[in-house]
Design a protein around this ligand. Structure first.
Ligand code: 5AD
Ligand code: SF4
Length: 488
């Protein structure tokens, strides 16, 4: 590589939105070092995998990608390979053993150090490792280790220039028995509201319209400000709500027990907050919930749903479920199906239980549900959910919804037929809406009359251009683009 030739970076991300955001930050920091992104791993000077440990399948994918690169590394020893994130944090020794050609193992919370780690490997010719402090360190030390975590952003890595995620907390203290997150992401800590507000202002100034606040249990957010005032998620939503240029605010993922009335009031009263809650139930059977250590009963969960709907009329709610948790009988599973039938979730993400070494569940329970039973339950529960979503979505027929346009729909991208493009966007209840329109509407708030619906999508027609209020807002955002200092 000649000195004035740009260094090439290839990065692959597995897992949740938290990981997607981490990758955005990594790319941001390496771009500042002169790297450019490439989509060809074999063309790259540095190959990074940002990993997930929530299910075995996600780990298998990474090991097979590393296996494929073994020969490439032999013929290109100067190419650096790094494993980042949750799997790096959890399995540093195993990665070394299974993939000795990996140069960098970098855990969650240490990603800001990557440029330095790359330099170190280039200088010494030896592999290196950086891991976050573990849960035995003091809260203050862990907090300090995460302090440099969020300032580096790369707008071009965002899902779109007008959408961004903002981390409001890290870690988790809930310790559900199946879940590896608390051990790889560390203890729960909430970022100061002033830092979050500054980041939102910065993003708005860059043209961002939609902010998604991220946390493993986002509604457990709690921060004591210097003046002694306690900020909860509802207070934070109010604090950032009027940021000039921001049109929509979402937050994921919620813990059922922490769905407080004041948060629901904030969702109802703040017009730019999506009327949408993702609140994973995981199971509809008390026996399973107890063994999962979810800290609530199905009765509590059903009450929480009723309270949410009562407080926030029209709110859409989605959920996660794990099928085939140890000891889940056919009857237990049917209780989960009953919950899905009754609850009216917008959609559910359904996962087959994957035993995770290092969790209480793995220690205490045998993985006793055969794979084919897990698969069948997964399909059956999905069918119940789809049936319900299909019925519920019919209520949108003939309604007018406000949509933030995200761009061409995936099917439109595939077709090369002439005529108007099919665009896609989301309503304020987070429903996917598809309609014909011009791509220049991307990033704008428009109104769509819904004509047809399916289980996953609302199809409609754009209301005439003159009536689209969002365009005016879009113009004012463009004019107000200024470069603010990053405060964090
Ligand atoms: N096996 C299967 N699914 C899991 N999840 C978390 N841990 C596991 C596991 N060990 C699911 C939960 C969670 C979602 C992000 O992943 O449903 O809400
Ligand atoms: Fe995992 Fe439970 Fe924490 Fe969610 S609340 S991240 S499932 S331990």
């Amino acid at each position: 590589m000649t000195p004035n030739q740009a260094k090439k970076l290839y990065i692959e991300t597995v897992g949740c939105q938290m990981n997607v955001l981490d990758s955005e930050l990594v790319v941001g920091s390496l771009r500042r070092q002169g790297y450019v992104l490439t989509s060809e791993e074999t063309d790259a000077d540095v190959i990074l995998f940002n990993t997930c440990s929530v299910r075995q399948h996600a780990e298998d994918k990474i090991y097979s990608a590393l296996g494929r690169l073994r020969r490439h590394k032999r013929s290109h020893p100067e190419t650096l390979i790094g494993v980042l994130g949750c799997m790096a944090q959890k399995d540093q020794e195993l990665i070394r053993r299974r993939a000795p050609h990996v140069d960098i193992v970098c855990g969650t919370g240490q990603l800001a150090r990557l440029p330095e780690l790359i330099d170190e490997v280039r200088r010494t010719g030896k592999p290196t490792m950086a891991l976050s402090l573990d849960r035995t360190e003091s809260r203050h030390e862990v907090e300090a280790s995460f302090e440099s975590y969020d300032p580096l952003r790369d707008p071009s890595m965002r899902p779109s220039p007008f959408q961004a995620s903002v981390r409001i907390m890290i870690g988790c203290d809930k310790f559900c028995t199946y879940c590896i997150v608390p051990s790889v992401r560390g203890p729960e800590q909430s970022r100061p509201p002033a830092h979050i507000a500054a980041e939102v202002r910065q993003l708005a100034a860059e043209g961002c319209k939609e902010i998604t606040l991220l946390g493993q249990t986002v509604n457990s957010y709690k921060h004591q400000a210097g003046d002694g005032r306690q900020y909860r998620l509802g207070d934070l939503l109010a604090l950032i709500h009027d940021t000039q240029g921001i049109e929509r605010i979402k937050f994921i993922t919620n813990f059922p027990r922490d769905m407080s009335d004041d948060l629901l009031d904030a969702v109802r009263d703040l017009p730019r907050v999506s009327k949408y809650l993702h609140v994973p139930a995981q199971s509809g059977c008390n026996d399973v919930l107890r063994r999962m250590k979810r800290l609530y009963t199905v009765e509590f969960y059903r009450d929480m749903l009723a309270r949410s709907r009562d407080k926030v009329p029209g709110v859409a709610i989605s959920s996660d479920f794990i099928v085939g948790f140890p000891g889940e009988s056919e009857e237990s599973f049917q209780r989960t199906c009953d919950l899905v039938r009754d609850a009216g979730f917008k959609n559910s993400y359904i996962f087959k239980y994957s035993p995770r070494p290092g969790t209480k569940g793995h220690e205490m329970f045998a993985d006793d549900i055969p794979e084919e039973v897990k698969r069948r339950r997964n399909n059956d529960l999905l069918a119940v959910q789809n049936q319900r979503s299909q019925e519920d979505n019919r209520r949108f027929q003939g309604q007018r919804v406000r949509v933030l346009v995200e761009g061409p729909s995936k099917t439109a991208l595939k077709s090369d037929s002439p005529g108007p493009r099919q665009l896609t966007g989301r309503s304020c209840t987070d429903h996917i809406v598809v309609f014909d329109g011009n791509e220049r509407r991307t990033g704008r708030m428009i109104e769509v009359d819904i004509e047809e619906t399916s289980a996953l999508t609302l199809f409609g027609r754009v209301v005439t251009e003159e009536r689209i209020g969002g365009d005016v807002a879009a113009a004012s955002v463009r004019e107000s683009r200024v470069s603010l200092p990053v405060v964090i």
